[in-house]
Design a protein around this ligand. Structure first.
Ligand code: PLP
Length: 407
C-alpha cells in the first residue's frame, strides 16, 4: 500500500494567502460594485526594465539560428551571469566571493526551500517569527519538527521579532545548527545592522552552525550603513549561505531568476564529526535535480548589471520605495506605529488589535487588502503587512480610503 509522507499532515491546514483569497472573494461576491485594491501579496506590478526586454529579444533571435542555438546549459548558470553577479554584488562590495560559488536558479523560494535537504534530519533549527513561511514549512515536510501546538511547531527555536527588539531577533541562549535570517525582512521590512549581523556570525562560528541569509530585498536598502550581504561581515563565508533573487530587484517574479551563494570554505559534519564541503553537496544536489535557467532569461538577468540596467532597476526600486514612503507617512498621520518601508518594500504596522480583525476592517470599510500578521507566526499577531508593490494611483487611492475608514 502506497503511504504518504505523514509530515505533510502536520502542516497547518490552510495557507495564509488561501485564507485571504477566501475572504476577499466572499466580499467581492457580496459587493460587486466596490472595487478592491490589493496591497497584500508581495508581487511586483511594474514591467521589466527595457534592458531586459532588449536582451530577451536578442537571446530569442540567437535561439532561432543553428550557429547560436543553445540546448542544455550548465546547471549552475552560464559563466557570463555568474561572473557579472560576482563582480557587481560581491567584489565591488569587498566580499570575498568567487564566480564558481554562485548557483543560478529559477527562484529563491525553491532554493531556500530545497537547501535543507543537504543537512541532517535531526539538526536543531532557529527560525524567525514572523517568518517567510517557506523556511518553516519545508522543514516540517522534511520531518525536522514536532506537531503544531498553539501556532508553533515543537522542537524549533523561534527567533521572536517584536516591538521590544525593533523586530530584529536576539541571539538565542540555546545552541542551534541551522539558522534562517532574512534582511531586509519579509514581512516586517526591518533591517539588521553590521553589529547585529556580526553577532550572528560569531554565534554560528561558536556553534559550528550555518546561517541561511535571505537577502531577496537587498536592492531596497538605502541606508549606506546597512550591509547588503552577510559576506560583508568578516568570517561569514565560513558560516553562511546567501540567497538573492531578481524578482523584487528587477521585476522577475514572472520571469524567474535568482541565485544562491555557497562558499567553498563552508563545512558541515557527518555523524563521526568529519567535515564535508557544503559546496560539493549543493553542487551534487543542484546538478542532479535542476537543469538550469533558460538562456534568454539569464541574458535578461545579466543585462541588469550594465550601466543602463543599474539605472533602470534603481528607478524601479525607487518607485516602490516612493509608494512605501506614502504608506509610512499615512500611518504616522493615523498614529499607527510601523517599521519597514525605508529600506524595504514592506511596512509592518502595529495595529494594537487582532490582525484578522484589522484585515476585515480594511477590507469591509476601505476595500483594501493587506496581509494579517498572524499568518506569518505568533509574533505577527497584532500586526498587518502592507506592501508597496502597486501603482502610485492605487496606493494613493488605498491610503485615502484607509484614512477615511480609520478616522
Ligand atoms: N525570500 C523572501 C523573503 C521572499 O519574500 C520571496 C518572495 O516573495 C522569496 C524569497 C522568493 O523569491 P523568488 O521569486 O526568487 O522565488
Amino acid at each position: 500500500m502506497i503511504r504518504i509522507n505523514e509530515n505533510y499532515t502536520k502542516l497547518k491546514a490552510s495557507y495564509l494567502f488561501t485564507d485571504i483569497a477566501k475572504r476577499v472573494n466572499a466580499f467581492v461576491a457580496a459587493n460587486p460594485a466596490k472595487p478592491i485594491i490589493r496591497l497584500g501579496i508581495g508581487d511586483v506590478t511594474e514591467p521589466l526594465p527595457p534592458v531586459c526586454i532588449t536582451a530577451l529579444h536578442a537571446a530569442t533571435d540567437e535561439m532561432a539560428k543553428r550557429e547560436t542555438f543553445k540546448g542544455y546549459g550548465p546547471e549552475q548558470g552560464y559563466a557570463f551571469l555568474r561572473e557579472a553577479i560576482t563582480a557587481h554584488d560581491y567584489t565591488a562590495r569587498g566580499c570575498p566571493i568567487e564566480a564558481d560559488e554562485i548557483f543560478v536558479s529559477d527562484g529563491s523560494k525553491c532554493d531556500c526551500g530545497n537547501i535543507q535537504e543537504i543537512f541532517g534530519s535531526d539538526i536543531r533549527l532557529a527560525i524567525p517569527d514572523p517568518v517567510y513561511p517557506v523556511y518553516i514549512d519545508t522543514n516540517v515536510m522534511a520531518g525536522r519538527t514536532g506537531m503544531n501546538a498553539d501556532g508553533r511547531y515543537t522542537g524549533v527555536t523561534y527567533l521572536d521579532s517584536t516591538p521590544a527588539n525593533g523586530y530584529v531577533p536576539a541571539i538565542p541562549s540555546a545552541a542551534t545548527d541551522l539558522i534562517y535570517l532574512c534582511f531586509p525582512n519579509n514581512p516586517t521590512g526591518a533591517v539588521a545592522t553590521r553589529t547585529q549581523l556580526a553577532a550572528w556570525v560569531a554565534y554560528a562560528k561558536k556553534n559550528q552552525a550555518i546561517i541561511l541569509f535571505d537577502s531577496a530585498y537587498e536592492a531596497y536598502i538605502r541606508d549606506p550603513a546597512i550591509p547588503h550581504s552577510i559576506y560583508e561581515i568578516p568570517g561569514a563565508r565560513d558560516v553562511a549561505i546567501e540567497f538573492r533573487s531578481f524578482s523584487k530587484t528587477a521585476g522577475f517574479t514572472g520571469t524567474r531568476c535568482a541565485y544562491t551563494v555557497v562558499p567553498k570554505s563552508l563545512q558541515a559534519f557527518d555523524a563521526a564529526g568529519q567535515p564535508h564541503s557544503v559546496h560539493a553537496l549543493w553542487t551534487r544536489r543542484h546538478t542532479t535535480k535542476f537543469n538550469g535557467v533558460a538562456y534568454p532569461i539569464q541574458k535578461a538577468a545579466a543585462a541588469i548589471f550594465t550601466a543602463a540596467g543599474q539605472q533602470q532597476t534603481r528607478a524601479m526600486t525607487d518607485f516602490y520605495l516612493g509608494n512605501a514612503k506614502l504608506i509610512r507617512d499615512a500611518m504616522a498621520k493615523l498614529r499607527l506605529p510601523c517599521v519597514g518601508g525605508d529600506n524595504a518594500p514592506y511596512i509592518w504596522i502595529n495595529t494594537g488589535r487582532d490582525s484578522w480583525e484589522f484585515f476585515d476592517l480594511l477590507l469591509n470599510q476601505a476595500q483594501v487588502v493587506c496581509t494579517p500578521g498572524a499568518g506569518f507566526g505568533k509574533c505577527g499577531e497584532g500586526h498587518v503587512r502592507i506592501s508597496a508593490f502597486n501603482s502610485r494611483a492605487n496606493v494613493e487611492a488605498a491610503l485615502t480610503r484607509i484614512a477615511a475608514a480609520l478616522k
